[in-house]
Design a protein around this ligand. Structure first.
Ligand code: PEP
Length: 253
């Protein structure tokens, strides 16, 4: 049985005061949930706030990115070791916004994944196709390449230390959600891709869905056999909505 994970990706939103208020709402809202892992990924400057406020709670925290380098002269980057200094349990890697706006290739994402694992951080590897790729029948090829980038560099065992998030690019921040069937189809494909290398790793691997997941569609998405949680963008910025998605995950078990 895979334990669901609901992770909030706050992106570049809010202020320090907003972060504190949001964290207070999440802490109070999920306090009694014992069947789901809950995490938030605030902007880098607020990781300290997360560490201060979440340390005594069951809510985990993580970053939205991590450097592929170990350390040194890499201005503006943040190493995995620095993230562990701030108690991060997770790091999102390969988010489509970073692939699109920061030119991150599969090989860069694979190295980021490896750096996170090397420091004991759980990478949340984002994979997903654009609308154009879906419409030209390339979904499996694209998400297959995204996951192979990790397998080829670090071996399938590396996936035992991470989480995958299927995030169709056309569903991110658009209000258009993949239907439960569409999402399940890709999740099952990803699990089969991993199972071809290791059935054991595939059976344990948590594959989250991300892309306009909200309180109103979370129950149906989380009911799918290969959907093990959610990576939540917009709805993670409102404590009540995020908590309601966590509740859906708690009830799905
Ligand atoms: C995301 O960017 O990871 C995401 C899932 O965003 P949204 O929920 O807003 O679509």
């Amino acid at each position: 049985m895979r334990r669901p994970l609901i992770a909030g990706n706050w992106k570049m939103n809010g202020s320090k005061i907003d972060a504190e208020e949001l964290l207070r709402g999440v802490i109070a809202g999920v306090a009694d949930m014992n069947k789901v892992d809950v995490a938030v990924c605030p902007p880098f400057p607020y990781l300290y706030v997360a560490e201060q406020m979440l340390a005594e709670t069951a809510v985990g925290w993580g970053s939205q990115d991590v450097s592929r380098e170990e350390g040194g002269a890499f201005t503006g980057q943040t190493s995995a070791a620095m993230l562990t200094d701030f108690g991060c349990r997770y790091a999102i890697v390969g988010h489509s916004e970073r692939r699109q706006f920061n030119g991150e290739t599969d090989s860069i994402v694979g190295r980021k994944y490896a750096r996170a694992v090397a420091e004991g951080i759980i990478p949340i590897l984002c994979v997903g196709e654009t609308l154009e790729e879906r419409e030209s029948g390339k979904t499996e090829e694209v998400v297959g390449n995204h996951i192979d980038a990790v397998i080829n560099l670090s071996g399938v065992e590396a996936l035992a230390h991470g989480v995958v998030a299927y995030e169709p690019v056309w569903a991110i921040g658009t209000g258009v959600t993949a239907t439960p069937d569409q999402a399940q189809e890709v999740h099952a494909f990803l699990r089969a891709r991993v199972a071809a290398k290791s059935r054991e790793v595939a059976d344990q691997l948590r594959i989250l869905y991300g892309g306009s997941m909200k309180p109103g569609n979370a129950v149906d998405l989380l009911a799918q056999s290969d959907i093990d949680g959610g990576l939540i963008g917009g709805a993670a910025l409102k404590a009540a909505d995020f908590v309601s998605i966590c509740q859906a995950a708690q009830s799905s078990v």
